[in-house]
Design a protein around this ligand. Structure first.
Ligand code: GLC
Length: 559
């Protein structure tokens, strides 16, 4: 099969176990109608690009009607398309175009909160305290003699208070932005409505779902509300008032029944920022079935950290019977080509991370320390080749196949991320990984579509454009294409056997007798085992005379 040929969709119900899923952030992928925002027709126009890249599925971040207070994760209507991004008919055409070329589609479900523009929230405001409309959300009377103090001093995940007062004096909880009121999952109507949403998209041919903030839906707020300090001190053991409660899996069990009623069963992957030991609950076949493993997002480019994380997550996957997931970048974190060009992150005495890698750097406006871009890209290519060789599925984020670094040169008045606004600009937030993709170096907006993309692209984006990389055999884009196609021919079982390397900074493993993988995390070159039986089939940096350079990965196959 040549790279341009589509593979058939197939009927394997386990297609997801070792799939390569490409995350599309629709507003920044391709803009077909030239209004500066990416759209569904833009994605449809690039299906050949996705086929040539060699991905098995795409995951679309939200494309639903939204006031964009949080990049679309503030959903005003779960069963429609934002008119700026297209129509339901455009969506159907996109599904047909992807399926016709062998690519599956996963959509994002955001069940913890709606937008404040959602008709339910508008109805809750209009109906007043004690009404059934308010019961779909988390409303409370305020504290203090006249109720003008928030019911608790909780802090939102994006900074600032987590309770907002409405004109009649009551307060509502929003774990994220003010425009994202948390739903009350003890309410039966809320439960029924999300089942309707899952059916709506499943009926339209969607293959799976990514569940946003999957660990927060159920809450127990029947007791007097604890303070933020008390909340932080409580164990997260399944009975915490707001995080990772065991009873959230009752919801997912009911979803699983619905998802399994389709042929093939629809998949679901949990975005759950929980302790690794609790991940199997979400990945269990009676719950969502798969969960993101974010450990590598938080790791440095370090052999020991990678080895421990790989071991632990393969064990966790074995516990649930699911397959593991691997991810280095997404729309919420500093792109890995930049992260790996920064010094290693700070850890405490137990090796626990003090701050997410790259976040301290974001708080300096992305200026301190300076990023070593060459090193970052070298390491990013090596790490990507490593994770693409692991058993399980891999989630890639749009633009990483171009080796894109994080963009920091966005003016305050051009920024969109609530992180930026709610921290008073202290934290520049996540806009830098969401800048519209460069397709054509010499075109306006680098061929994204409109003349003025909704987030500004820096001049250097042209160096990373698809057309520039197309014609460069050693480009990151061509490396991704090559390894994704080679991977298809090599993936079989889900085994991994470690191979001793006698170097603490070199990891090696065999997926089978047909596929060996070696990553050199150090600076010193590493001589690949002098076997006449294996040859290098792909590498992130040139291997000459059997020498694997520092910070690179090679895949080996039998001669
Ligand atoms: C998830 C999304 C993130 C969003 C948040 C609130 O973490 O990935 O982008 O801001 O949920 O919906």
């Amino acid at each position: 099969m040549t790279p341009n040929e589509a593979k058939p969709l197939g009927t394997d119900p386990d297609w997801w176990r070792q799939a390569v899923v490409y995350q599309i952030y629709p507003r920044s992928f391709a803009d077909n109608n030239g209004d500066g925002l990416g759209d569904l027709n833009g994605i449809t126009s690039r299906v050949s690009y996705l086929v040539e890249l060699g991905v098995d599925a795409v995951w679309l971040s939200p494309f639903y009607p939204s006031e964009l207070a949080d990049g679309g994760y503030d959903v005003a209507n779960y069963r429609d398309v934002d008119p700026r991004l297209g129509t339901l008919e455009d969506f159907d055409r996109l599904v047909a175009a992807l399926h016709g070329r062998g690519i599956r589609i996963i959509v994002d479900i955001v069940p913890n909160h709606t937008s404040d523009q959602h008709e339910w929230f508008q109805a809750a405001l209009a109906a007043g305290p004690g009404s059934p409309e308010r019961d779909r959300y988390i409303f409370r009377d305020g504290a203090g003699p006249d109720g003008n103090q928030p019911p608790a001093d909780w802090v939102s995940d994006f900074g600032g208070p987590a309770w907002e007062q409405v004109p009649d004096g009551q307060w509502y909880m929003h774990h994220f932005a003010t425009e994202q009121p948390d739903l009350n999952w003890a309410n039966d109507e809320v439960r029924a409505d999300f089942i309707a949403t899952l059916r709506f998209w499943s009926d339209r041919g969607v293959d799976g779902f990514r569940i946003d903030v999957a660990h927060m839906l159920t809450k127990d707020l029947t007791q007097p509300l604890p303070t933020q300090a008390e909340l932080d001190a409580l164990p997260i053991d399944g009975h915490h008032p707001i995080f990772d409660r065991d009873d959230v899996h009752d919801i997912y069990a009911s979803w699983r029944k619905v998802l399994n009623s389709y042929d093939p069963p629809r998949t679901a992957v949990a975005e759950a920022w929980v302790d690794s030991s609790r991940i199997p609950r979400y990945a269990h076949p009676d719950s969502l079935g798969q969960a993101f493993n974010f450990d590598l997002l938080e790791a440095d480019f370090d052999a020991a950290q990678f080895r421990d994380i790989i071991r632990q997550n393969l064990d966790l996957a074995a516990q649930s019977g699911s397959s593991s997931t691997w991810v280095l970048s997404n729309h919420d974190v500093v792109r890995h080509a930049t992260r790996y060009g920064l010094p290693h992150s700070q850890r405490d005495d137990q090796g626990k991370l003090v701050d997410r890698p790259g976040w301290q750097w974001l708080r300096t406006g992305g200026s301190d320390p300076a990023v070593d871009l060459d090193r970052g890209l070298r390491r990013a290519r090596a790490a990507t080749m490593l994770i693409l060789a692991l058993p399980g599925s891999t989630y890639l984020y749009q633009g990483e196949e171009l080796g894109l670094p994080e963009v920091v040169e966005i003016r305050a008045d051009e920024r969109q991320d609530p992180h930026f606004f709610r921290t008073g600009g202290k934290d520049i937030g996540r806009d830098g990984c969401r800048v519209p993709l460069p397709w054509i170096a010499a075109a306006p907006g680098f061929g994204f579509g409109g003349a003025t993309p909704h987030l500004p692209q820096p001049a250097w984006f042209g160096n990373y454009a698809v057309d520039v990389q197309d014609s460069d055999e050693s480009s990151t884009l061509n490396l991704y294409r090559q390894i994704l196609h080679v991977r298809h021919s090599l993936v079989s079982g889900e085994n991994l056997d470690w191979i001793e390397t006698e170097r603490y900074d070199v990891l090696a493993f065999a997926r089978s007798a047909q596929w060996h993988v070696v990553t050199n995390f150090g600076d010193e070159p590493y001589r690949l085992p002098g076997s006449s039986a294996m040859r290098v089939v792909a590498s992130s940096a040139p291997v000459i005379d059997g020498i694997l350079p520092g910070e690179s990965t090679a895949w080996l196959v039998p001669m």
